[in-house]
Design a protein around this ligand. Structure first.
Ligand code: YSA
Length: 423
């Protein structure tokens, strides 16, 4: 049997460990491990999923897991991995984000059963401390020279903008969290992306100084794409876990578009598929990459993990529509999501009840330059209404011509989609 760290390493999920003895200790003792997430937005994004998957592996191996949402640290802003100062969020914004992020985190780990995970908020132990107490009880354990040597601070000190005292102090808060969780829950291990190394080691040092005991750290690699683009971005926008911000269909499509060079890596990171199964799938994929089997499996596994079986079914049904499946029984919102980048036109809703000629309406709406052009396409068997071929140039619209509350989808030829909104 592979050890937990062996398995994580084989999945490419380990960047650094603070102590080579950690692998053996994790086999011999049950550890409590934590990772933190700052509520900087109302949703987590794909990058956050690597530490979450990491924690899930720990939980599956029988260790106790704490997920921390940074109600206090989110008020300050972590300088790690950032080249410029953050805009401070308002207390109301942070509080609102905490609620949303907590809800998301609670879905990926087991919070009941024999080994339940714990959800913590550092606001609970930091917000009540006075500034004077903080400087006397926490601050005095930190040497400024060591703080300045951390990469997160050093990089910013070298930049023109520098670093504010606020962000400079961030690491003391995260270090104090580790000490607090050590004392309250016997937590001896902190995990996070590799940008968190400085904050994690600050906590390890604090536990040693204050308690004279050993604590450990482990980081996951920060994900970058083979093409050198920022991971988890689609056309410059973050891919979110909140279905209101990134629909299940968009999420599914993000993974389907994964570069062949990244597919195997992401299957290891973002699914619980056993490694031999991933290797077999990748071997099959290499024989016929154009089928995108590895990407499709990745998209399916991940969409199911985040949005459940129903969300996956919706994403797949939406994908089928783009490949020509008949379009019926959708909502306007769903269709606008699927066809978000195709031209759209408006037509009068009355045309449906009056049985207007399709060619007249399409020409008036600007989908065709003229009625003649529409007719010619129908005669050439190239016009589709809701992905059903229009067989007659005399076809008329009816209320049944709609695919949702107010939308009909027109297709010219194989891929020329237009959305027509009847209002
Ligand atoms: C941690 C511990 C505390 O006691 C208090 C607060 C924190 C939060 C931490 N300082 C932080 O700011 N984390 S984060 O909200 O920016 O990201 C959450 C986790 O996702 C971090 O471990 C981060 O390294 C990881 N992450 C984000 N994007 C990533 C990624 N990991 C891998 N690849 C990416 N692209």
């Amino acid at each position: 049997m592979a050890t937990l760290l062996n398995e994580l390493a084989a999945r490419g999920m380990i960047a650094q460990v603070s102590d080579p003895g950690l692998e053996r200790m994790l086999e011999e003792e049950r550890f409590t491990v934590y990772a933190g997430f700052d509520p900087t937005a109302r949703s987590l994004h794909l990058g956050h999923m690597l530490p979450i998957m990491g924690l899930a592996h720990f939980q599956r191996a029988g260790h106790r897991v704490i997920v921390l949402v940074g109600g206090a640290t989110g008020m300050v802003g972590d300088p790690s991995g950032r080249s410029s100062e953050r805009n401070l969020l308002s207390p109301e914004q942070v509080a609102e984000n905490v609620v949303c992020v907590r809800g998301q985190l609670s879905r990926f780990l087991a919070f009941d059963g024999a080994n339940p995970a714990i959800l913590a908020d550092n606001r609970d132990w930091i917000a009540g401390m006075s500034f004077i107490d903080w400087l006397r009880d926490v601050g005095r354990h930190f040497k400024v020279s060591q703080m300045l040597a951390k990469e997160s601070v050093r990089k910013r000190m070298e930049s023109e903008e520098g670093i504010s005292y606020t962000e400079f102090s961030y690491m003391t808060m995260q270090a104090y969290d580790f000490l607090h969780l050590f004392e309250s829950h016997g937590c001896r291990l902190q995990a996070g992306g590799s940008d968190q190394w400085g904050n994690i080691t600050a906590g390890i040092d604090l536990v040693r100084k204050v308690r004279g005991e050993a604590a450990y750290g482990l980081t996951f690699p920060l994900i970058t794409t083979a093409a050198g683009e920022k991971f988890g971005k689609s056309a410059g926008n973050a891919v979110w876990l909140d279905p209101e911000l990134t629909s299940p269909y968009q999420l599914y499509q993000y993974w389907v578009r994964t570069d062949d060079r990244d597919a195997g890596k992401y299957l290891k990171y973002f699914t619980f598929m056993p490694l031999p199964e991933i290797e077999a799938l990748c071997a099959e994929h290499a024989k016929a990459p154009e089928k995108r089997e590895a990407q499709k499996r990745l998209a399916a596994e991940f969409t199911r993990l985040v949005h459940g079986e129903q969300g996956l079914a919706r994403a797949r049904r939406a994908t089928d529509v783009l490949f020509g499946a008949e379009i019926e029984g959708w909502t306007d919102a769903e269709l606008l999501d699927i066809f978000n980048d195709v031209p759209s036109a408006r037509a009068p809703g009355a045309a449906l009840g009056q049985g207007a000629l399709l060619v007249d309406v399409l020409a008036a709406a600007g989908v065709f330059a003229s009625k003649g052009a529409a007719r010619r396409l129908i005669q050439g068997k190239g016009l589709y209404l809701n992905n059903r071929r229009v067989d007659s140039a005399d076809a008329r619209l009816t209320p049944e011509s709609l695919a949702s509350e107010s939308i009909a989808v027109i297709r010219k030829g194989r891929k020329g989609y237009h959305v027509v909104r009847f209002e």
